[in-house]
Design a protein around this ligand. Structure first.
Ligand code: KIV
Length: 283
């Protein structure tokens, strides 16, 4: 039996969570800040600064060690979506629709997207695809499901493209990507992730398309940016050109684990501060 998030999502009446409409109103204004989140404590930390958090299907690669995102299931997304909703109280939370859960028909997409929103309490879903998915995006939006599009490099199509290389390196590659972005905007997506395209193409799409364009490996002229949090924190070994590392958490962890191991071997941990004493003895 499916459960609803009613009990774990307690929002103070004073805190209004951002909505898809708040994001779509930012076209041409202050850049939208977004990052991925998969777990409660990370979501709580990102919540203060991010306009929206994406529970990306990158969770499969980042947390589960998968080679690509194709093995991620709806159940995984719902479980991580609920965890993120427990940590984030202000940011809009958007949940990725995993491969195979929305492409077959508009009805399949609606059924699964509705389940995701119902069981997580999140405010929007993301799905990959251009012109071929525009009808589905419109179907969902018309029925009350806010959609974040995703065009350009689409990781769920890795087998079609044969890798994760940048798109739009020659002018003759541009028009289909522009048409994809326009189709998803016209279908009513409140924003679209534009991934892995050359800078001038990203600038043209941002200038010409009506909805908010969120860049990743695109351009700083996009209406906002997103990165995979573990990439920018140096916690995940994947390090493409478009990732800037703002921290080296991976080496911090290695250092902490080495210090712990040394103290265990030297019988310095646990120390007095970490051990329970009998009553009446010095604490
Ligand atoms: O799955 C994901 O994390 C994404 C972002 C990289 C945009 O789609």
């Amino acid at each position: 039996m499916s459960t609803t998030p009613k009990d774990d999502v307690k929002l103070s009446p004073m805190v209004r969570r951002r909505t898809a409409k708040d994001i779509s109103d930012r076209k041409g204004k202050m850049p939208v800040v977004s990052l991925t989140a998969y777990i409660t404590p990370m979501a709580a930390r990102l919540d203060e600064v991010c306009d929206f958090l994406l529970v990306g299907d990158s969770v499969g690669m980042v947390l589960y060690g998968m080679d690509n995102t194709l093995g991620v299931t709806l159940e995984m997304m719902i479980s991580h979506g609920r965890a993120v909703m427990r940590g984030a109280k202000k940011a809009l939370v958007v949940i990725d629709m995993p491969f195979g859960t929305y492409e077959e028909s508009k009805e399949q997409a609606f059924r699964n997207a509705a389940r995701v929103l119902r069981e997580t309490g999140a405010g929007a879903v993301k799905l990959e695809g251009g012109k071929e998915m525009a009808g589905t995006v419109k179907f969902l939006v018309d029925r009350g499901i806010p959609v974040l599009g995703h065009v350009g490099l689409m990781p769920q199509s890795v087998h079609k493209y044969g890798g994760y290389g940048a798109h739009g390196r020659t002018i003759d590659e541009w028009q289909p990507i522009i048409d994809d972005a326009a189709a998803i905007a016209n279908a009513g997506a409140f924003a679209t992730v534009l991934e892995g395209v050359t800078e001038p193409l990203a600038n043209k799409i941002t200038a010409e398309v009506s909805n908010v364009i969120i860049g990743i490996g695109a351009s700083n002229e996009c209406d906002g940016q997103i990165l995979v949090t573990e990439d920018m924190l140096g916690l995940f070994s994947f390090n493409p050109k478009f990732v800037k590392r703002y921290a080296e958490i991976g080496s911090d962890i290695a250092g902490a684990v080495e210090a712990y191991a040394e103290e265990v071997r030297d019988r310095k941990f646990p120390g007095d501060a970490q051990t329970y004493k009998m009553k009446g003895h010095n604490a």
